[in-house]
Design a protein around this ligand. Structure first.
Ligand code: SF4
Length: 443
């Protein structure tokens, strides 16, 4: 059967879609890029906030409206897990709905032979970029009052080290140059099995298991849980990049308390721990603006925190109530215009810090992982490709703009000539090391 899969939402959902594709391909089903060529239309939805639900419904509606009578339409993932009735009400003709992690059931429902979650020994690579995501655990046990994830995904459960190693080796064999470790809370890895410092041990296993992958990147650390053991492992392992993403959510003690998040002392301690072990570390964090009851003084605490800590990459969201969470029904909801105004102030500050951090790179020689499929043209007419340095994670951080034409997946040594607020302008300094032709998976 031919299937067309649309993936919405975050990087973790992208990994879920890769698992779904593995189940489908194991059942000998084939992906097609044009929906009209498919026998089965699949939408892996996001239900994290209302805007994401609206987008999910809009995509399902559009596919439903355009499909032929003989095409099946399945809606799966986060939104169907928590709000299947809303999907059904909006698009009554959907043929089937599945919640999260039912990938093998989906494959089985269309006659697939897949019977296991384990990665098949000769699974086909299902990614088309030089970076691949490894979802090391799913679910979450934290009590954050704004978040619906624990309701959607349930308790935290870690993937076995052996499976992650097999998955990493599969991506390495397919030409991946970067593995990005994701989870709801990566620092809790293996705690469900009673382990301590499971993440540090996993990094050591991965580093040794796929030494040919030059970049292993860690996302979604939890404040207060970055131990000295973890930071020292990151510092010591040659292919674990000096980069840490740690969502801190706010810089006001009172707001953090209302969010049921770790205290500011935990945030400070984790930042100090990682900077002590890796002085050149690049830090990324995300913050929520306009949480219920956020006063102007509390918002300024957030600005002060971001300024003092010089967080290299800041992502911000205006608070969006999620039905079923304690904060959604709380008093003192912040008016939308106030949220937007504060968001603008935070991002202006963050942009200045990012720009200064980028200026500090000018004159340095660094490696850039090329992500462009085809070269483009710069304003002056010369060829140019896009990539990233170790300081930038895929999809969420800045880019490196490199003069010349290089194959996707090349690691190119460049000199940084200029700094934009988020991106770097670079000139190659060596002949590029290109991968073996055909070594990179292409969709
Ligand atoms: S740690 Fe992250 S996923 Fe878990 S409840 Fe808090 S915000 Fe949600």
């Amino acid at each position: 059967m031919k299937y067309h899969l649309v993936t919405l939402g975050c990087a973790k959902n992208t990994v879920d879609s890769m698992r779904l594709e593995q189940a489908l391909r194991t059942g000998r089903h084939t992906a097609v890029t044009a929906p009209e060529e498919a026998d089965l239309l699949l939408v892996n939805t996001c239900g994290f906030i209302d805007a994401a639900k609206d987008e999910s419904v809009a995509v399902v509606r559009a596919l439903d409206a355009a499909r032929r009578a003989d095409q099946r339409l399945y809606v799966v993932g986060c939104m169907t897990q928590i709000a299947e009735d809303e999907v059904r009400a909006a698009v009554p003709n959907v043929d089937a709905t599945f919640g999260v992690e039912h990938w093998d059931e989906i494959a089985a429902s269309i006659g697939a032979a897949s019977e296991t979650y384990d990665i098949p020994a000769v699974a086909l690579p299902v990614f088309g970029a030089p970076s691949a995501y490894l979802k090391i655990s799913d679910g979450c046990d934290r009590p954050c009052t704004f978040c619906i994830i624990p309701t959607i995904k349930g308790a935290m459960h870690s993937a076995p080290v052996s499976r992650l190693l097999a998955e990493a080796r599969m991506y390495a064999a397919a030409g991946a140059k970067e593995l990005v470790l994701v989870a709801q809370d990566s620092t809790a890895y293996l705690e469900d099995a009673g382990g301590r410092d499971g993440l540090a041990a996993l990094l050591e296993e991965l580093s040794a298991g796929v030494p040919e992958v030059p970049w292993i990147r860690l996302m979604y650390a939890y404040p207060g849980r970055v131990t000295a053991r973890l930071a020292e492992a990151m510092a010591a392992l040659p292919n674990v990049v000096p980069y840490l993403d740690m969502p801190l959510q706010h810089g006001s003690e009172a707001v953090l308390r209302r969010m049921k998040r770790p205290t500011l002392a935990h945030s400070h301690r984790s930042i100090e721990t990682v900077r002590r072990a890796i002085p050149e570390v690049t830090l990324r964090s995300t913050f929520i603006v306009g949480f219920p009851g956020e006063t102007e003084a509390e918002f300024r605490d957030l600005l002060r925190f971001v300024e003092e800590q010089r967080i290299d990459h800041v992502g911000a969201f205006t608070y969006s109530p999620q039905a079923g969470t304690p904060a959604a029904s709380g008093p003192d909801q912040v008016p939308e215009p106030v949220k937007q105004e504060r968001y603008g102030r935070l991002m202006t500050l963050a942009q200045g810090i990012s720009h200064a951090s980028n200026r500090g790179q000018v004159g340095r020689e660094v490696d850039v992982l090329i992500e462009s499929r085809e070269p483009g043209r710069s304003a002056s007419g010369g060829e140019m490709v896009i990539g990233r340095t170790v300081r930038d994670a895929p999809e969420v951080d800045g880019l490196a703009l490199v003069k010349g034409a290089y194959q996707m997946g090349s690691m190119v040594r460049v000199r940084v000539d200029g700094a934009l607020p988020y991106d770097l302008l670079c000139t190659p300094v060596t002949i590029p090391v290109t991968p073996t032709p055909g070594a990179l998976a292409r969709p």
